[in-house]
Design a protein around this ligand. Structure first.
Ligand code: ATP
Ligand code: MG
Ligand code: MG
Length: 550
């Protein structure tokens, strides 16, 4: 495991604890259930749950569900499954912002009673006009000076459904001239009829905004440190304003850190939703997606994702992380743990002409080069075998160490063979090779010559036919849609290649979905959900070495 980093947020919290400001910390992870979690969310989960774990505190899971039209229960359940999969446990502490709708309404009445909130009749467009710009102050709404009793009465009517969508809002009365636009009388409540909220059904036609809901939810839960991404830095004065003016039981502190941006992918939920709904990928758990469900199906372990999140660290500087960093984390994990297997992805039949026709012998191969406890397995060896087409070249490039006409190569764990003849069909395509075995090379070097190449193979009669899905980067460029272009134009149309006549060694028959292996010389693979007893399907998790710079 990585040593936990002492990033700036950890330092702030350590100081708060040392000063006795809190006995123990409470953090929260607050997803909106409008999509599946992605690797950026993992950064926030590992930070929030990780701090609570390290410091004997607690971390709440809170669904930030104030936008009912884009949210649903499928997303709620997927998010819960993904947080659990990452290895974190919220115990009893799973909350919904919608749990607080009644209390939030009560706090809004408190603001009204203090003259700090008013019902405004400006349309969205008018409000934008009144708001001003970065260089020009805003103007007061003509409804800003309504009496407390009128505001109280109108707000009750808004709740009762007396007005259509957009007719009225409740706004905080702060400062239309503030240099911070978030403080120019922000909207606290808007009217939304005809939506069925996944938690509260049709009980409400009045929905609180994120900026109003978030600080109060944090305070009601006793959250001590509310960690969010940098784009909320400018919202912090509003967060603090809300906390300061309603009778909440605690005062959480908001601290911002930079989001994770990963090259060659997109992470905004809008874009991920589009990729799914436009069928650019096969669902939220498509192995090319940066979602946790996709990465899991791709073969990522939660341990590797946690290691990656520790390595990228927590700072305030915006940066982009190379995909190679994520891949290195899973490659290291699988190199250390995954059993080795032989799989021929593009089979070429080889007849060993001097090998007895009816004979099968068994050779023993280690399951892992460094972990003896993973044991060994016996592989059948016979007169007909498959090798990979890429391991034979008639006109080899310089430095080619595999099989060539008249040349020799070692079959992994078995004999040295020599290629005597290349057999073609009428179309001139190579359909098989005739080779001969040097029987004096099992477990020892051949006499008087060096054979450098070692290739993998599978005996024809015992091979398990399978499908392998090779995944490549989902986008062709590090920053899809850069410069305002449509990110779809940067999609890699070759990101999935399906190999349908793969031949596996027999120990891979009846593999369970989710089992991970290194296919020697090819990469790390995981058995997909689509596998059946007789027909395994494997996904490429990651290649054996980093190829991102090529
Ligand atoms: P989007 O902007 O794509 O809609 P979001 O940030 O609104 O994403 P939420 O479900 O609200 O998505 O996110 C839940 C939590 O995860 C928030 O605290 C958010 O700051 C954090 N988070 C989301 N994306 C990232 C990221 N790329 N890096 C770090 N944290 C993130
Ligand atoms: Mg969002
Ligand atoms: Mg959000």
């Amino acid at each position: 495991a990585e040593s936990p980093r002492t990033h700036f947020i950890r330092q702030i919290i350590d100081a708060d604890l040392a000063a006795g400001i809190h006995e123990r910390i409470i953090t929260r992870f607050p997803p909106e259930p409008n999509g599946y979690l992605h690797i950026g969310h993992a950064k926030s989960i590992v930070l929030n749950f990780g701090l609570a774990e390290a410091l004997g505190g607690r971390c709440n899971l809170r669904f930030d569900d104030t936008n009912p039209h884009k949210e649903n229960v499928e997303f709620v359940e997927a998010i819960q499954a993904d947080v659990r999969w990452l290895g974190f446990d919220w115990g009893e502490r799973c909350y919904f912002a919608s749990d607080y709708f009644e209390q939030l309404y009560g706090f809004a009445l408190e603001l009204i009673e203090q003259g700090l909130a008013y019902v405004c009749d400006l349309s969205a467009e008018q409000m934008r006009d009144y708001r001003g710009t970065l260089t020009e102050p805003g103007r007061d709404s003509p409804w800003r000076e309504r009496s407390i009793s009128e505001n109280r009465e109108l707000f009750a009517q808004m709740r009762a459904g007396a007005f259509p969508d957009g007719a009225r809002t409740l706004r905080a009365k702060i400062d239309m001239a503030s240099p911070n636009i978030n403080l120019r009388d922000p909207v606290l409540y808007r009217i939304k009829h005809g939506v069925v909220h996944h938690q509260t059904g049709t009980a409400w036609c009045l929905y609180p905004t994120y900026d109003y809901t978030h600080p109060i939810s944090d305070a009601l839960e006793g959250v001590t440190h509310s960690l969010c991404t940098l784009e909320f830095e400018d919202h912090r004065p509003l967060y603090d304003w809300v906390i300061a003016h309603v009778s909440v039981p605690s005062r959480p502190r908001q601290i911002e850190f930079s989001r994770l941006n990963l090259e060659y992918t997109v992470m905004s939920k809008r874009r991920l939703t589009e990729l799914v709904s436009e069928a650019q990928v096969n669902g939220w758990d498509d192995p090319r997606m940066p979602t946790l469900a996709g990465l899991r199906r791709r073969g990522y372990t939660s341990a590797a994702i946690r290691v990656f999140c520790e390595r990228i660290g927590i700072t305030k500087s915006d940066n982009r992380v190379e995909m190679a960093m994520l891949e290195n984390a899973i490659r290291e994990d699988l190199d250390a743990t995954a059993p080795r297997r032989l799989a021929v992805l593009r089979p070429l039949k080889v007849v060993l002409t001097n090998y007895p026709k009816e004979q099968t012998e068994y050779v023993e191969l280690a399951n892992h080069p460094k972990i003896a406890t993973l044991g060994t397995r016996m592989l059948p060896f016979a007169r007909e075998i498959y090798i990979d087409r890429a391991d034979f070249e008639e006109t080899p490039p310089k430095g080619f160490k595999r099989l060539i006409p008249g040349g020799e190569v070692r079959l992994r764990g078995a004999y040295v063979i020599r290629c005597d003849a290349v057999i073609r069909n009428d179309a001139g395509e190579i359909i098989e090779l005739h080779c001969s075995v040097d029987f004096d090379t099992l477990g020892k070097n051949p006499e008087g010559r060096k054979v450098k190449g070692v290739i993998h193979w599978v005996a024809v009669a015992h091979a398990v036919p399978a499908e392998v899905r090779l995944y490549d980067r989902l986008f062709n460029v590090p920053l899809p849609g850069a410069g305002g272009s449509d990110y779809r134009a940067d999609l890699n149309t070759q990101s999935l290649q399906v190999l349908t006549d793969v031949m596996l060694e027999p120990s891979l028959r009846a593999v369970q979905a989710g089992e991970r292996f290194q296919f020697e010389r090819e990469g790390y693979f995981v058995a997909d959900l689509d596998s059946t007893l007789e027909h395994p399907v494997f996904n490429l998790t990651v290649g054996l070495r980093d190829t991102w710079d090529k």
